[in-house]
Ligand binder design. Sequence first.
Ligand code: SF4
Length: 254
Amino acid sequence: MAAPVKTRARVDDGRADAFPVIEIFGPTIQGEGPDAGRPAYFVRFGGCDYRCSWCDSLYAVVPAEVRAHAERLTVAEIGTRLADLPVGPSLVILSGGNPALLELDPLVTDLQRTGHEVAVETQGSRWRDWLGAVDRLVISPKPPSSGMTDERRVAEFEDFMVSANESGVTSALKIVVFDGVDLAWAEKIHAKFSQIPCFLSVGTDQEVDDESTIAMLRTRFRWLAEEVARRPALVNVRVLPQLHVVAWGTARGV
Ligand code: SF4
């Protein structure tokens, strides 16, 4: 795997046309959702409006961490960093944090103009019109175990889904499931938005070594697969392990 492009701590440089980028890496494979298993590049942006209890990307979430690790890059500079990586897939995944906090319209336009397929991952809290222009919008609402399912956030998510539907963008739901409460919640979300393909992944605890990660993943995946298989309401969802965790554990930049 290619090493992630190094970034420097230079968040407040006053360039209004630049975005806080935590890391750019690839080619690697997408580990979850509708593009699971596909080679891709990743651009991870800093900043998030959530604080999920099990977040695996806090370095892209906590403001002090973002200030310490992000580099502000323009659209042209992001394109150059991607072009400097080994030649590979057309798919570029914009991730975070929550990239929907940013106005990434010019980046999407530029990436598509240069032949890239663009997918975005967001929890579905803030709609931006540029999200309607991407090739695939992967919406990842956070289940109860995240601590982010209060009434306000649920209302924001439902507004987001209305906007996504009105935009006509190709969408998919990707929900991480840690336990039975999460699964029951995912079942309700799937029932409400049954027209959108739905992917369930087992969650991964952080700060565990590779061997215990894999053992935990297998146990949880088996549980989730068996639960989904016996529920008629979930007959159209797809269950996946987090493939990047299978391959690389909880390492960054792969
Ligand atoms: S929405 Fe994603 S990036 Fe933000 S805190 Fe939750 S898991 Fe982390």
